[in-house]
Write a protein that binds this ligand. Structure first.
Ligand code: HSO
Ligand code: ZN
Ligand code: ZN
Ligand code: ZN
Length: 268
């Protein structure tokens, strides 16, 4: 059983309109004992998309603290954030993270060469493989530039936006660059995020794919954080039973949560 969801969005994120209260009540209803709110902070997200992926962190902390107090006998609530990393913004993110007492920081890649692969434009005049490799390369570049995160988010979620999704995708095809990513995560003593949102997208895989989680273990990876990436209450802890079976079958005995930026191992 997994009783903690460590990747959750609320209406502090530009792409969610779920009040924090609704997310937390759903978490309690489905039996979670711990939840980490990780709203989007994508500083200087490209203007052309007319989205605001930033929020007031002071107000965010205030709201999480209020909820923590109100629900303290029912659920433990952690203060997280999902950073939309870009190498040139490493200093800005570093300052933000050192200014506030987060429990947990997800480093994510959402932008490649000033484009969001969520939109079609990124895929124009590009083979799918080039698009996927470009995304994987940003993960390496972000980890070169920036160190102050706890887990790297959804490392292959790019496959949900490609022309043929994950039909032509496998660990083997991208093993060269995926191994570099996994080794960087391990050398930096960070965690690998296992994000179950792929199942919700009908991809029949988590992010990353099972074969990549398997490879992470072979290479010596130990820390795994687990999150649904829910933007709506009904997606909280999505397919957690399925992913716990997979992780246990791969030989993982523990998953990891973070409190005050320190890892805590929890038995499945
Ligand atoms: N960063 C989002 C993807 C997105 N881009 C939504 C624009 N809108 C992943 O949660
Ligand atoms: Zn989002
Ligand atoms: Zn993300
Ligand atoms: Zn997210």
């Amino acid at each position: 059983m997994i009783c903690a969801d460590f990747h959750v969005h609320t209406d502090f994120s530009g792409d969610s309109d779920t009040p924090m209260k609704d997310m937390i009540e759903r978490a309690i209803d489905i039996g979670l004992t711990q939840i980490c709110i990780t709203d989007h902070m994508d500083h200087l997200y490209p203007e052309q998309y007319h989205m605001n992926f930033t929020f007031d962190v002071k107000e965010y902390f205030h709201q999480i603290e209020e909820m923590s107090e109100y629900y303290k006998d029912r659920i433990k609530i952690y203060k997280g954030i999902e950073l939309g990393l870009v190498p040139k913004l490493a200093g800005w993110y570093q300052e933000l993270v050192s200014k506030y007492s987060f429990d947990f920081v997800i480093g994510s890649s959402h932008i490649v060469d000033d484009l969001d692969p969520y939109y079609r434009e990124y895929w124009e005049e590009k083979e799918e493989e080039e698009g996927y490799r470009g995304y994987f390369q940003t993960i390496l570049d972000n980890m070169d530039a920036y160190d102050d995160f706890d887990t790297y988010g959804h490392i292959d979620y790019i496959v949900r936006y490609g022309p043929c999704k994950n039909q032509n995708y496998s660990y083997k095809k991208y093993a060269d660059i995926l191994d570099k990513i996994l080794l960087a995560i391990i050398h930096k003593k960070k965690a690998l995020e296992v994000n179950t949102s792929g199942y919700k997208y009908g991809l029949e895989q988590s992010h990353p794919h099972r074969d990549i989680i398997k490879r992470y273990k072979e290479l010596g990876g130990k820390y795994i954080t687990i999150g649904s990436d829910a933007h709506k209450p009904e997606h909280l802890a999505y397919d957690f039973r399925k992913i716990s079976d997979i992780l246990v079958s791969l030989g993982f005995e523990y998953y990891t949560i973070f409190e005050h930026r320190n890892p805590k191992l929890i038995k499945f």
